[in-house]
Design a protein around this ligand. Structure first.
Ligand code: PLP
Length: 426
């Protein structure tokens, strides 16, 4: 059973297997686990730079803002800012990450389906390029908070082919405004003196094809033709959100950034020309496709337990506290034993976490060499929506994060201490 060639491409770009050892950023994964402890989220700088570069090359004239919620981290935001990216934030907290990283205001987009007055004021104080209005009552509240430049978020009623929890533009979504309300929002925002610069749509996340976004683009062009007719207004800016998916397991395929963006931009040009509309400036908000496959998580193997004739558990020192995606979305993952990456698989194993929940299973079934206590298990494609959605369930402290490149590892988030875990107790 030779599984390595098909599995390695899911790992970060710099991942290699040499002498049976998995390395990333020219550092053996087992050494990272030893030096920084486990669980450890490892981010590959080469991959981060490559993904950011791919967006810039695919859309040289677009503003590309990183969807901060995928993994909020100041050092990461600084790196992205140095590469010309901005930030898409949706809370006071995410805005603070962006400000500490020095993301320039002209590259700042503020979202949220239920922004507080404080959040609207903070967006105004930050002089964010765009505040994306998501409700009718936000018009007056944004204006009195001092917000100037806005986009209107639309709900086209399109069902993206993804998990229902990350579908966001279907009929009945909590996000955005259906067309009639959006028209009313545009009109009232202009009356309120806001600079209504354009439209926004984000149809969902982990999209593995371009069909639904292409439909949304056609729909938006029709909507823009309608606003020209009814309000004598057309969007100067078109924010198409994020959503491009990544490959998590061997039997999955994802479009490349180049292909996904080219089909979006091509679609905008065709649809806008068809309606004779002036071409808008494009904003893109990728999250997962910038950081997801740059990340991998290292765990230490503990108990290996044969639970039935057909199931052997490999228990790791983390689980749903550092990656709740299997529980939230039925997400699938694969893994390698980092310290014995070239050994023949001995069978199929179930990787479970250390939490007091039977559902705390990270991988249902993965072929591995016979796992032993102390082995380092490397799980790829964990850069997005893992720690960001994690918890300290069972009183488990949050893991450290390192950025690796060219043989050097830089800690970009410290492991939480037990004192910090208990810091809010009174
Ligand atoms: C979550 C989100 C994004 C990023 O989505 P990805 O699927 O991670 O690319 C972008 N824009 C908005 C409005 C979002 O809610």
């Amino acid at each position: 059973m030779s599984e390595i060639p098909s599995r390695l491409p899911i790992f970060p770009d710099s991942a290699r297997v040499t002498g049976g050892m998995l390395t990333v950023g020219d550092i053996p994964a087992a050494a990272l686990a030893e030096d920084f402890g486990t669980p450890l989220l490892v981010l590959c700088e080469q991959t981060l730079r490559a993904r950011a570069g791919a967006y810039h090359r695919a859309a040289p004239d677009a503003l590309v803002v990183y969807g901060v919620k995928a993994f909020p981290n100041v050092a990461l935001l600084r790196l992205f800012a140095s590469l010309g990216l901005g930030a898409d934030v949706s809370t006071l907290g995410e805005l603070e990450y962006a400000r500490r990283a020095g993301v320039p205001p002209e590259r700042l987009v503020v979202h949220g389906n239920n922004k507080s007055d404080e959040e609207l004021r903070a967006a105004a104080d930050a002089e964010a390029a765009f505040v994306v209005l998501d409700a009718l009552d936000e018009v007056a509240r944004a204006a009195s908070a001092g917000v100037r430049r806005v986009l209107i978020r639309l709900t086209p009623g399109i069902d993206a082919d993804t998990h229902h929890a990350i579908r966001t533009a279907h009929h009945g979504s909590k996000f955005g405004l259906p067309p009639e309300q959006a028209l009313a929002a545009i009109a009232s925002a202009r009356r309120a003196g806001l600079d209504v610069l354009g439209l926004h749509v984000h149809i969902g996340s982990q999209l593995l094809e371009t069909g639904a976004v292409a439909m949304a683009v056609d729909w938006l062009a029709g909507f823009a033709a309608g606003t020209r007719e009814r309000l004598d207004w057309t969007p100067d800016v078109l924010n198409l959100g994020g959503g491009l998916g990544i490959r998590y397991v061997e039997d999955e395929a994802a479009p490349t950034i180049r292909h996904f963006v080219a089909s979006l931009l091509g679609g905008v040009e065709r649809a806008w020309n068809l309606h004779g509309l002036p071409l808008p400036r494009i904003v893109l908000e990728p999250g997962r496709s910038l950081v997801g496959d740059a990340g991998m998580t290292l765990y230490r193997v503990g108990v290996v337990k044969s639970a039935s004739e057909t199931r052997t558990y490999v228990a790791i020192d983390g689980g749903m506290s550092d990656n709740p995606r299997p529980q939230l979305y039925g997400a699938r993952y694969t893994a390698l034993l980092a310290n014995r990456a070239q050994e023949e698989a001995a069978g199929y194993y179930t990787v479970c976490g250390k939490h007091c929940e039977s559902g705390d299973v990270l991988i249902e079934r993965v072929a591995l060499p016979e796992p032993r206590r102390g082995d380092v298990l490397a799980v790829p494609a964990t850069g997005a929506y893992t720690l960001a959605m994690g918890s300290s369930y069972n009183g488990v402290n949050r893991p450290a994060v390192v950025l690796v490149a060219g043989g050097e590892a830089r800690m970009i988030r410290r492991r939480e201490t037990l004192d910090e875990l208990l810091a809010h107790e009174v």
